[in-house]
Each structure stands twice: as structure tokens, then as C-alpha cells.
Ligand binder design. Structure first.
Ligand code: GDP
Length: 138
């Protein structure tokens, strides 16, 4: 089933100029980019985006990191996009990520881990709507 997911190239990867490499990998993997924007998240924007993680001990640190510099947000489309994108990203902790995954290649740590991907259809719908209006999705 053709599906859409929200991807973020996080501040660590933008700062280290990995945007082009990551977008190349996205296209090589067969995704269509349906929308894309470079932007800076405020602390409040990051807190709203990660609201499900509010109770986690790393919430403050994660939202500070995500608002520490610009990100690139994208809507990716492909068959089984949510699972396929998470597989391409690799495990949350780059030390545990498989060879060939984006986090293995580009992430610095479990927090500064280069990319984000929605984890379920309901999350993808919420996250896409958090950043993009319907008219921006072609
Ligand atoms: P994901 O779905 O692989 O992104 O992982 P989670 O939903 O569990 O966590 C969301 C984000 O929080 C991760 O991508 C990391 O940036 C960060 N994170 C996850 N676990 C930890 C942790 O144990 N410590 C810190 N500092 N950050 C974490």
C-alpha cells in the first residue's frame, strides 16, 4: 500500500552538511519526496512535536537539541513508507544500528541521531499535519 511518512533531518546532520547525502539515499531507496522544508524549530515547537515523550527523562535534552539549529522536514511516499524509512534510518542508538543505515553512517549519539521517522500510521498523520498544510502536499 502506498503510504506517507514524516522524516526529519535533525540539527546534527544539517550542521555537519549531510543533507544532500541523506536526500540522495532517500531517492535511491525509491521514495518520492512529496513536501520538503528547511526550518528552525522553537523549543515550544519541539515540545509539541515530541509531546508523546513528555514523561521520558531525556525530554528536556531532546527538545533543546531539536531546537538548537535548523532541520529539514520531508514527507516521503512509497509502498510501506513508514517501515521502509525506519529500516533505512536504523536503530535509535547508532552503536546498535546495522551497517548501511543512515544512523550508522551519520549519527553521533543516541540523541544526536541524524534523522527522525514516524512510527505508525496515526503518528505519521499527526506529524505530517504538524508541519504541512494539505495544499503543500502534491
Ligand atoms: P526513534 O523512533 O528511533 O526516533 O526513537 P524514540 O521515539 O524512542 O525517541 C525519540 C528520539 O529521542 C530519538 O530519535 C533520540 O533523538 C532521542 N532519544 C531516544 N532515546 C534516548 C535516550 O535514551 N537518551 C537521549 N538523550 N535521547 C534519546
Amino acid at each position: 500500500m502506498v503510504e506517507r511518512t514524516l522524516a526529519i533531518i535533525k540539527p546534527d546532520a544539517v550542521e555537519r552538511r549531510h543533507v544532500g547525502s541523506i536526500i540522495s539515499r532517500i531517492e535511491a531507496a525509491g521514495f518520492q519526496i512529496r513536501a520538503m522544508r528547511r526550518m528552525a524549530l522553537s523549543k515550544q515547537d519541539a515540545e509539541g512535536f515530541y509531546a508523546v515523550h513528555k514523561a521520558r527523562p531525556f525530554f528536556g535534552s531532546l527538545t533543546s537539541f531539536m531546537s538548537s539549529g535548523p532541520v529539514v522536514v520531508l514527507v516521503l511516499e512509497a509502498p510501506d513508507a513508514i517501515r521502509t524509512w525506519r529500516t533505512l534510518m536504523g536503530a535509535t542508538d547508532p552503536a546498535k544500528a546495522d551497517a548501511g543505515t543512515l544512523r550508522k553512517e551519520f549519527a553521533e549519539s543516541i540523541e544526536r541521531n541524524a534523522t527522525h521517522g514516524s512510527d505508525a500510521p496515526e503518528t505519521a498523520a499527526y506529524e505530517i499535519g504538524y508541519f504541512f498544510a494539505g495544499v503543500e502536499l502534491s
